[in-house]
Write a protein that binds this ligand. Structure first.
Ligand SMILES: [Zn+2]
Length: 159
């Protein structure tokens, strides 16, 4: 059985007891979370959130890219979120990597995969990009954290 078959079976079980048919589109906690795609992070569980509580924006490295800012602008202006948490993590594949090795792994040249040398600084830079974005008002909050994938603990970087 393929992974896809397993997933369809699992979804049938999930849907059979689905208990949230009427969730509003607006996140209940008025919160957005920017974090990495790393499979070891369960953002809702780690932050005490439930389905419908927050927008979760994920990419490789928890980088606040232009596309993350695009999503945050809509998250705020259309769907009412008031702040974003940027959550980097220990053991990130982009931490300490170089574009040369990442390009070699992917088999391309001259692509910026946005690796970073300093984890805390990468989180702080993400928070800065949110604070300085013309797509978001000054009142929109931003704070930064590092999640430890071996303990489940969240450490404050900047609030
Ligand atoms: Zn990562």
């Amino acid at each position: 059985m393929s992974a896809r078959d397993d997933i369809l079976e699992a979804n049938a079980r999930y849907a059979a007891t689905f208990a949230h048919p009427e969730l509003p589109r607006e996140p209940r906690r008025r919160l957005a979370v920017v974090t990495c795609m790393d499979a070891r992070i369960d953002p809702l569980a780690a932050l005490g959130l439930e389905l419908g509580d927050a927008h979760v924006l994920r990419n490789a490295g928890a980088i606040v890219t232009d596309d993350v800012l695009r999503s945050l602008a809509l998250s705020h202006a259309v769907l009412g979120t008031r702040e974003a948490l940027v959550v980097g993590h220990t053991g990130c594949g982009l931490h300490g990597a170089s574009n040369e090795e990442l390009c070699a792994a992917v088999g391309v040249s001259a692509v910026d995969f946005l690796p970073f040398a300093d984890l805390d600084e990468s989180v702080r830079e993400g928070v800065r990009r949110i604070r300085e974005s013309p797509l978001l008002p000054d009142a929109f909050g931003a704070s930064g954290y590092v999640y430890d994938v071996s303990t489940g603990r969240l450490r404050v970087v900047t609030i």
